[in-house]
Design a protein around this ligand. Structure first.
Ligand code: CA
Length: 233
């Protein structure tokens, strides 16, 4: 699920945006201050930020500038909310790297359309750098294409299973606790618990068949992707 961070101090506008973006299927977090928004974004980079430029603590443009100066946040899409007539802000924002803007007062539909367009654009090219397919023993993962093969047989993985596999693979040789996996793979939805991790690891292993052994259980702790293919016994 694509994640959107709404930074807007006006409560009613923020709530309308949060509600409607959620209805549209996005994972939405809203905050009212620029610094809090930046901190949240750094903690867990969103796919897109809806950024009001007039915030009580720091100017929205500073939030945008800080994001574009941060390697991990540079590619996060930004849509600015600007006041009517604040053309300079708009131009500066776009020069700073914001993707688009919506002028207040706006219709929710307008914002939704911009959000969809910007996300489509960033996933089509401007998003995260494509990752070369990797080969690990019997397993081949093309993360960018969201595809995986075992012994040249394609394995149909859900988006969640792919995220789980990729997270484990990237941290191979290192134990990952169930809590860490919940945080990083599931975004720690409070409805989830550690049983969720076990269930999905089990299913992932089944789907991977002979390569399922690469995902090792570390008793009492969590899971670990084998450091070397031959470790998978
Ligand atoms: Ca404001």
């Amino acid at each position: 699920m694509e994640r959107i961070l709404v930074i807007e101090d006006e409560g009613d506008i923020r709530q309308v945006l949060e509600y409607n973006l959620r209805q549209a299927g996005y994972d939405v977090t809203g905050v009212e201050r620029g610094n809090a928004g930046l901190a949240l974004a750094r903690e867990r980079p969103p796919d897109l930020v809806v950024l009001d430029l007039m915030l009580p603590d720091i100017p929205g443009l500073d939030v945008c500038r800080a994001m574009k100066a941060d390697a991990r946040l540079r590619k996060v899409a930004v849509i600015m909310l600007t006041a009517k007539g604040s053309e300079i802000d708009r131009i500066v924002g776009l020069e700073l790297g914001a993707d688009d803007y919506v002028t207040k007062p706006f219709s929710v539909r307008e914002v939704l359309l911009r959000v969809q367009a910007v996300l489509r654009r960033s996933s089509a090219g401007g998003g995260p750098d494509p990752v070369e397919p990797v080969v690990f023993g019997r397993l081949r993962i093309d993360h960018t294409a969201h595809r995986a093969w075992v012994d040249d047989r394609e394995v149909a993985l859900t988006a969640l299973e792919m995220r789980l596999l990729w997270t484990l693979y990237q941290r191979r040789g290192r134990v990952q606790s169930r809590g860490t996996l919940l945080d990083d793979v599931w975004d720690a939805d409070p409805e989830n618990n550690t049983r969720t991790v076990d269930t999905h690891v089990k299913r992932l292993r089944e789907k991977l068949g002979t390569a399922g052994d690469y995902v090792e259980t570390v008793r009492g702790v969590g899971y670990r992707f084998a450091a070397q293919p031959e470790d998978g016994s």
